[in-house]
Design a binder for this molecule. Structure first.
Ligand SMILES: *[C@@H]1O[C@H](CO)[C@@H](O)[C@H](O)[C@H]1NC(C)=O
Ligand SMILES: *[C@@H]1O[C@H](CO)[C@@H](O)[C@H](O)[C@H]1NC(C)=O
Ligand SMILES: *[C@@H]1O[C@H](CO)[C@@H](O)[C@H](O)[C@H]1NC(C)=O
Ligand SMILES: *[C@@H]1O[C@H](CO)[C@@H](O)[C@H](O)[C@H]1NC(C)=O
Ligand SMILES: *[C@@H]1O[C@H](CO)[C@@H](O)[C@H](O)[C@H]1NC(C)=O
Length: 328
């Protein structure tokens, strides 16, 4: 059997709807294909992932109608929503970690899948962060014709988020993101509100905020900065583990999550407050605070901060520069 016919058979056998992207992906978590096999993708579906396929091919015998994309391509395949600041960022962290280990190699293009469905963009905040990190605009590969597979000279595929990474590696990534975002912000002439956020975060020692996507900005604060988080009534019992993401996020990027205030007072729900139906009542609820409690809490957080500041002469904007070829 010639190489060409093997690869064609492989492509044909995988190119049936039953073989969705999922299957091989389950086996291969991260693979970098250099010369030996090329990754090929086929399908243009952004609603039903089972119509998108992939296969491996030899460089000498690409599938019929296939085009070859030169250079490095990042392929993100997972169930995280690239429009959501926190989820999107956690899906990007492993790619940045890969670049850090590979002389800061930049992708020439991105292919994003969400549950196997193609996505052609990220939220604004996230694309700004990625643009700053790599110092170039993001190109999303457009698949236009379902009969024309696209093969990649070199592809890095990730199907996990930062959850699988060690704390040290995550910290390295956040050090780089923080530093790149600050430089990007400083160099840019027109200060949009997004850039002001980067500047503001770089000057913030203690961030006091209600739980919500805006807290993702905490990764832009200096290491060892503090976060105090506020929740409306009902969240502890009803909001699931997602409510803890900023505690993990703070820890993973080297901040200190200094605890949470959970408002015991709020909208009245007609069901017991452990009943899921109450979430729609509590969600987006206003948060009040107890002055005595907040006073003691803030005093303690600020006190600890002051001690730390006096102990270590914190070197700002200096976290990073250890990994080869990737200075910020
Ligand atoms: C190759 O492309 C042509 C034109 O789009 C199409 O008619 C044909 O079916 C394709 N062949 C395969 C094997 O997909
Ligand atoms: C921005 O640039 C100025 C002048 O080059 C420098 O003094 C300042 O520290 C920079 N700020 C940040 C946040 O990097
Ligand atoms: C993060 O969590 C680990 C384990 O719970 C803990 O040992 C560490 O001190 C935390 N780091 C920060 C900066 O809070
Ligand atoms: C406010 O907090 C203080 C200290 O935690 C507590 O003793 C007091 O009962 C609280 N007041 C209200 C109205 O919940
Ligand atoms: C953060 O705090 C720890 C413990 O106080 C200290 O060892 C470390 O050097 C600090 N890191 C930075 C970047 O200030």
């Amino acid at each position: 059997m010639t190489k060409r016919s093997v690869s064609r058979r492989l492509v044909t056998s995988l190119a049936s709807p039953k073989f969705s992207l999922n299957i091989l992906c389950l086996v291969v978590t991260v693979f970098v294909l250099l010369q030996i096999w090329l990754l090929c993708l086929k399908g243009v579906d952004d609603h039903d992932g089972s119509w998108n396929y992939y296969a491996l091919a030899w460089p000498q015998s690409l599938p019929v109608n296939a085009s070859l994309q030169k250079g490095l391509t990042f392929v993100s395949y997972n169930h995280y929503d690239y429009g959501n600041m926190w989820h999107g960022l956690s899906a990007m962290v492993p790619f940045i970690a890969w670049s850090l280990r590979n002389q800061c190699e930049k992708p020439q293009r991105w292919v994003l899948y969400h549950w196997g469905e193609l996505r052609f963009g990220m939220g604004n905040w996230l694309s700004e962060i990625i643009t700053a990190t790599y110092g170039q605009n993001i190109e999303f590969l457009r698949f236009v014709d379902e009969n024309k597979p696209v093969c990649f000279e070199k592809a890095v595929v990730m199907r996990h988020n930062e959850g699988g990474m060690s704390r040290e590696r995550r910290m390295e990534v956040f050090d780089l993101i923080r530093c790149k975002a600050r430089n990007y912000c400083n160099l840019s002439l027109s200060k949009t509100s997004k850039l002001r956020i980067v500047e503001l975060m770089s000057m913030t020692d203690v961030l006091v905020s209600p739980h919500g996507a805006q807290l993702t900005n905490l990764v832009l604060m200096d290491r060892n900065s503090s976060v105090m988080e506020f929740y409306p009534k009902g969240w502890l019992k009803l909001a699931g583990v997602g409510q803890f993401v900023y505690q993990w996020g703070a820890n993973w990027s080297g901040m200190r999550h200094e605890g949470s205030w959970r408002d015991p007072v709020g909208e009245i729900c007609q069901f017991p407050d452990t009943d899921r139906r109450c979430m729609s009542v509590y969600k987006n609820g206003r948060i009040g605070y107890n002055e005595t409690y907040f006073g003691d809490w803030a005093t303690s957080v600020l006190g600890k901060f002051k001690v730390r500041k006096m102990e270590d002469v914190v070197e700002r904007n200096n976290g990073y520069g250890s990994v080869n070829g990737c200075m910020c």
